[in-house]
Design a protein around this ligand. Structure first.
Ligand code: EPU
Length: 465
């Protein structure tokens, strides 16, 4: 497993273009199962999750061509291949996005049940209930979900769960309802920009969807869908990660293809903290893409953040902001409302001198003057991004193990950061005996947990705040 070695302290400066969105690309790619003609997608990021989706679609009889202009062309070759097997599904939860398109277009789907996740239980009950409401018969057999239907029938479906709407659940039901007979109303649909991107693609294939971006989607089913040529939206979480990295290093970074209209909640918090974000283009306020300059003097104020479904503050930026708020002058409060256990990074940040008090889904972050480099362990994609940001800002050297998590969501992250002046190196995997010992990086959360009271960390607080 590869490792990042980061020498902290370099101020990030320069210009970067934001890559295409992983979480938009995956359901868009799954929509290739619905097309009766050639589908072309552009701006698909080169990520390991995207490679997994390509392998899965291959398994499901979709011919694919990587074209010289970077686009990805598909056409269904064999619609009788309907089994999404455990070997691919177990590597990526978003594989579940093939379920809706397959049952709608092929009338049968067998998809391995996605397993657990590093940051807690992630059920798919809302996906299955939605398909049942559309008339599919759903059962579990040998760890596989089997869904069957002659032709789906439009229905009114409530998609809200205990933590709000579901993003991939909405994508799944939307991608099924487009071929259902009659009208489907999806109430409490996810409003995330990735759902808008999916609806735009489906509409350009011939679907009739209204209300994308709002909690109520109305879909008039059609008999069949054709092909399309579509460019994937830029990645709002990658853009946010670069902005936070710039802020944490006193940086000045220009970001192109910045998904402005999707990141209003994040920019609001950054500005409260004291980070400057300027528009460098003259596009409209609601621009899907913009060019922005992010500048920070690193006199950071603390903040109160609560993660929420879009347009609220995204859970996928919670960890990165925690790294930044370690450097604020005062105490910040972060509450995780989407995944109450998504705090794997807290224990690792505390190894770098971060000071935290956790009570259930809330963490109080006590600002320190600086973080200190240390060996740390990446546990999931965004927790890993958090550790990279902390390492870039820290004094001394940090080694981050298991960076394969980052390869799932950030295209050649070390190259992008080096381009901005970071001192970061990828060290290729060494023989098994040389791999650093695997430490346990999580423990079940007691009611109240004080983390980061090592003498070094406590000392920093005493002397600096
Ligand atoms: N939920 C249910 N029942 C369901 C589905 C979800 O109770 O059937 C709950 C979840 O447990 C969670 C909440 O609803 O508490 C939201 O989960 P959601 O289904 O929206 O998550 P997801 O669709 O599986 C996507 C992103 C995640 C991102 C979440 C929330 C993709 C491929 N993944 O996951 O991205 O955190 O939405 O915005 O789009 C990441 O990129 O690092 C990542 C984890």
């Amino acid at each position: 497993m590869d490792t990042f070695v980061i020498e902290g302290g370099a101020r990030l400066s320069g210009r970067l273009q934001v890559d295409g969105s992983k979480n938009a690309a995956l359901p868009l790619m799954a929509a290739s199962l619905l097309a009766d003609d050639v589908l072309v997608l552009r701006n698909i990021p080169e990520l390991s999750d995207v490679r997994s989706m390509k392998a899965l679609l291959q398994q499901l009889g979709v011919d694919q061509e990587e074209r010289s202009d970077g686009s990805w062309k598909t056409q269904v070759r064999d619609p009788t291949l309907c089994h999404a097997k455990y070997d691919v599904v177990s590597t990526m939860r978003a594989s579940i996005c093939v379920l809706g398109p397959m049952v709608a277009r092929r009338h049968y789907a067998r998809v391995s049940m996605p397993g657990g996740c590093a940051f807690g239980h992630r059920p798919i009950d809302l996906h299955l209930r939605g398909l049942e409401a559309l008339g599919a018969k759903v059962r579990l057999e040998n760890g596989d979900i089997i869904a069957e239907a002659d032709r789906l029938r439009g229905a009114t479906i409530f998609m809200g769960g205990p933590f709000g709407s579901t993003v991939t659940g909405t994508a799944n039901i939307l991608s099924a309802a487009v071929l259902a007979e009659g009208t489907t109303v999806i109430e409490s649909a996810a409003c995330e920009p990735e759902i808008v991107d999916l609806a735009n693609l489906l509409n350009s294939m011939g679907a009739r969807i209204e209300g994308a971006g709002s909690p109520r989607l109305v879909v008039e089913g059609v008999e069949s869908l054709g092909g399309a040529d579509h460019s994937v939206m830029p990645d709002r979480i990658v853009a946010g990660t670069w902005a936070v990295a710039a802020a944490a290093t006193n940086g000045e970074v220009v970001l192109e293809r910045f998904p402005w209209d999707s990141l209003l909640a994040m920019m609001d918090v950054l500005r409260q903290i004291g980070v400057r974000i300027e528009r460098l283009d003259d596009g409209p306020d609601c621009a899907r893409e913009a060019t922005v300059r992010v500048t920070s003097e690193r006199h950071l104020s603390p903040a109160v953040i609560t993660t929420q479904p879009h347009p609220g503050f995204p859970t996928d930026l919670q960890a990165q902001f925690m790294a930044l708020l370690c450097l604020a002058e005062g105490n910040s409060v972060i509450t995780e409302k989407i995944y109450p256990e998504r705090f794997m990074h807290v224990a690792e940040l505390s190894r770098m001198g971060g000071l935290f008090t956790r009570q259930g889904p809330t963490v109080v972050v006590q600002g320190v003057k600086s973080l200190i480099g240390a060996p740390v362990m990446a546990s999931d994609l965004r927790a890993s991004a958090c550790l990279v940001i902390a390492a870039l800002a820290a004094k001394g050297q940090t080694t981050i193990n298991r960076v394969y998590h980052l390869d799932r969501g950030y295209v050649r992250m070390e190259e992008r950061l080096s381009q901005l002046g970071a001192n970061i190196q990828r060290v290729k995997a060494t023989p098994p005996n040389a791999v650093p010992e695997v430490r346990e990086s999580t423990k079940s959360a007691p009611e109240i947990e004080i983390i980061g009271t090592s003498p070094a960390a406590a000392d920093l607080v005493k002397t600096d705040r």
